[in-house]
Write a protein that binds this ligand. Structure first.
Ligand SMILES: *[C@@H]1O[C@H](CO)[C@@H](O)[C@H](O)[C@H]1NC(C)=O
Length: 369
């Protein structure tokens, strides 16, 4: 997680349920009233997420009995669940909701400490077990972190209280089982699959557990095998601007991360795209003319021999006041750069509906509906 941090033509023009619902402004209610659906005999749970200022996608969960509610980032770039605890005096904790274990009858304490480092901060505290609800999905005896110390501005200013990691068990704290593995083990979902639909609007985004709902994408899903089941990591062939390869020239690795806002790459390659875009540095960001959002070409990410164009209005961000426009390409910290890895964050995932398939260790991509 770092917070700052193909095109398929539909075979029919039949409107999806989703489109019609959105038109009528009913999607939000639909998601609320039908969080748990049976589709093709699959147990699929659709959980609503909110797009917070195009910075992060957050959703509600509860922990404990009776339930204590938290807003968390559903993060494919990490594998642990944690929330602030009432024992935390850090600024990030006092400005957010915190978990009180003494108010939960189902809480258990293994007496182990933990520490987690992210691209944007550090968390430490102790581990507990309790019942966790994601909408209608329940996991019992789920391990989670109760923070006692939180450092990093992303945690102070974030609209989220904690993180819910959806990475592989190998990425999780030693000896702990991530929540998705427990959901599967405890029979809450039929298929070991989850998917993200990230909307550009504040409402309407969702994380879908247990299967795939066709109404969220156009055309067919294209599957990409994972190169290493640890991160959601795939091979990237190249990144192209007007026929010119500026990124990943000899092929490289890419991590698909819902917890990263932007598109992160090696310094030299990000510098190159910024010079192609005529972007100028301003503080920590790169400024671009706002009319570029309508005139610049698609940037093409080629994955497994399939082109995934990302249009200029997606990779150039307008600020909250609608005056300045910025590049969403960002150079990665030097330690990661050495590995020539790219991180495909929300900017990419808004354009492409993404399926994370733990059963077959692959990622499915299709144009978002
Ligand atoms: C989370 O819960 C609050 C009420 O506590 C509600 O206002 C908000 O819309 C919910 N967020 C999502 C993404 O469902």
């Amino acid at each position: 997680m770092a917070l700052l941090g193909f095109v398929q033509i539909p075979l029919t023009k039949v409107k999806s349920v989703r489109e019609s619902l959105r038109e009528k402004g009913l999607l939000k209610n639909f998601l609320k009233e039908h969080p748990y659906k049976m589709i093709q005999n699959q147990k699929i749970a659709c959980h609503p997420l909110r797009n917070y200022l195009d910075m992060a996608y957050v959703g509600n969960i509860t922990i404990g009995t009776p339930p204590q509610q938290f807003s968390v980032v559903f993060d494919t770039g990490s594998a642990d669940l944690w929330v602030p605890s009432v024992y935390c005096k850090s600024k990030a904790c006092v400005t957010h909701r915190s978990f009180n274990p003494s108010h939960s009858s189902t809480f258990r304490l293994p007496g182990k400490n933990f520490e987690l480092k992210y691209g944007s901060g550090k968390i430490s505290g102790f581990l507990g077990y309790d019942t966790v609800w994601i909408g209608s999905l329940r996991t019992m005896n789920q391990v989670f972190g109760l923070s006692q110390l939180e450092t990093g501005e992303a945690f102070e200013h974030g609209v989220f209280d904690g993180l819910l990691g959806l990475g592989f068990p190998s990425l999780a704290l030693k000896g702990t089982t991530p929540i998705f593995d427990n959901l599967k083990k405890q029979g809450q979902i039929s298929e070991p699959v989850f998917a993200f639909y990230l909307s550009t609007k504040e409402e309407g985004s969702a994380v879908i557990f247990g299967g795939v709902d066709r109404s969220f994408y156009k055309g067919e899903l294209k599957w990409v095998p994972l190169t290493k089941p640890n991160y959601w990591q795939i091979a990237l062939d190249r990144i192209t601007w007007r026929g010119q390869i500026f990124g990943c020239p000899r092929g490289c690795q890419a991590i698909v991360d819902t917890g990263t806002t932007y598109l992160l790459g090696p310094h030299a390659e990000v510098d190159k795209i910024h010079s192609l875009m005529n972007a100028v540095p301003l503080q920590e960001e790169y400024l671009v003319h706002c009319n570029a959002r309508d005139t610049y070409p698609d940037i093409i990410f080629t994955i497994n021999n399939v082109d995934y164009p990302v249009p200029a209005h997606a990779y150039i961000r307008k600020d909250a006041n609608d005056i300045l426009c910025y590049s969403t390409f960002e150079a990665m910290a030097d330690t990661l750069t050495k590995s020539q890895t790219w991180i495909l964050g929300d900017v990419f995932l808004k354009v492409y509906f993404t399926v994370f398939d733990r059963g077959q260790n692959r990622i499915g991509l299709a144009r978002a509906a």
